[in-house]
Design a protein around this ligand. Structure first.
Ligand SMILES: *Cc1c(COP(=O)(O)O)cnc(C)c1O
Length: 353
């Protein structure tokens, strides 16, 4: 693979104060697509730098843009690993299909990512909870103002060393149920990891913050009756001892952490249900003292305990606002597999090199 060397490597930030997504490594991977010139070109590694785009660049106007998020780790033996990376490229291709963007060979992208991560090994932080966050993304680049799928695209991967999502420990988050605005609806792009899903969720997120909540819990777009997800996390409840999560029916994202959580829970004998989850059922369970726990799942935080859910005038404090036992068990189990404290019983740990 062609690699253009940097003149000089950047100074590394303090790895104990990374935060999330603030620092970027020396290199990035770029692969371009031109429909008129035979499709995808070869992946290349180039210095991390600004892009130059035409002002008529299609993604700036019509939003053909998708992304992914995954992590690389360095284990106690100094070996570099990634967590389920193939699944991210498979999902990215599904997102591409939904947005009329060209699909790509997942193996080509994964091999290019492996080369990039090897080159940037010194950027992988090793303190507990830290990782090298990997952000693949693709956007339309053809300069035209007519509405049709772009004929040119760029697929790029950038890397960012990130700190523990929980700088102050595993503090439960506060959610507010959105009863007016909609993030996604059946037949829309909710299942695709596309830029637009985030743009349309920002207003509700800002309003939630003004009211003192961390994030929004979205309901279905048509009836506002069923729980969907938290915008960047899938949602789980423990109701009367059973772990319940909204089923995948087209408008919520197929979280890889969601799948990992379900697989681990089932394998260890927990009762798990994937189905429609009416918000009325959550309220009912809360009122009957049967809403044992609530948590979200996603690559950034892995498992995030939920301490409070506000729905209209009702403020539900779950498990006394503290992390529940199943949530804590799951967090330990999944992060343990990722960092190889536990055996990789499902073949999720991918070795780089
Ligand atoms: C990325 C994302 C998630 C979490 O997916 P993971 O694969 O677990 O990281 C959940 N919901 C939305 C809307 C997302 O974009």
């Amino acid at each position: 693979m062609k690699i253009t060397p940097v003149k000089q490597r950047k100074q590394k930030p303090d790895f104990s104060k990374l935060g999330f997504g603030k620092y970027f490594t020396d290199y990035m991977m770029v692969m371009n697509y031109d429909g008129a010139a035979g499709g995808w070109g070869e992946p290349e590694i180039v210095p991390f730098d600004d892009f130059s785009v035409n002002p008529a660049c299609s993604s700036l106007h019509y939003g053909q843009g998708i992304f992914e998020g995954l992590k690389a780790y360095k284990n106690s033996k100094g070996e570099v690993t990634m967590f389920r990376p193939r699944d991210n490229f498979v999902r990215m291709n599904r997102s591409a299909e939904r947005l009329c963007m060209p699909t790509f060979d997942s193996d080509v992208a994964l091999n290019a990512l492996v080369e990039l991560v090897k080159l940037e090994e010194e950027w992988i932080p090793t303190l507990p909870g830290t990782a090298l966050y990997i952000r693949p993304f693709m956007f339309g680049t053809e300069p035209f103002l007519g509405v049709h799928p772009s004929h040119k695209y760029t697929l790029c991967i950038i890397l960012s060393p990130v700190g523990s999502y929980y700088e102050h420990g595993l503090e439960p988050t506060k959610l507010i149920v959105e009863t007016e605005l909609t993030r996604a609806s059946k037949g829309g792009t909710g299942e695709a990891k596309c830029m637009g899903n985030y743009a349309c969720s920002l207003l509700a997120g800002e309003r939630a913050k003004q009211k003192g909540y961390d994030q929004v819990l979205w309901l279905d777009g048509a009836e506002k009756k069923y729980v969907e997800e938290v915008g960047a996390m899938n949602m789980f409840f423990v109701i009367d001892g059973t772990v319940v999560t909204p089923m995948l029916d087209g408008s919520i994202l197929r979280g890889i952490t969601r799948d990992s959580a379900l697989t681990v829970l089932r394998a260890h004998g927990y009762k798990v249900e994937e189905r429609h989850v009416p918000i009325a059922e959550v309220v009912e369970a809360y009122k009957n003292g049967k809403l044992d726990e609530a948590f979200g799942s996603g690559t950034a935080a892995v498992i995030s305990p939920v301490g409070t859910i506000a729905y209209g005038d009702l403020i539900m404090e779950i498990n006394g606002g503290k992390m529940g036992d199943i949530t804590a068990w799951l967090y330990d189990r999944i992060t343990g597999i990722q960092t190889e404290r536990y055996p990789d019983e499902f073949g999720w740990v991918y070795r780089v090199g």
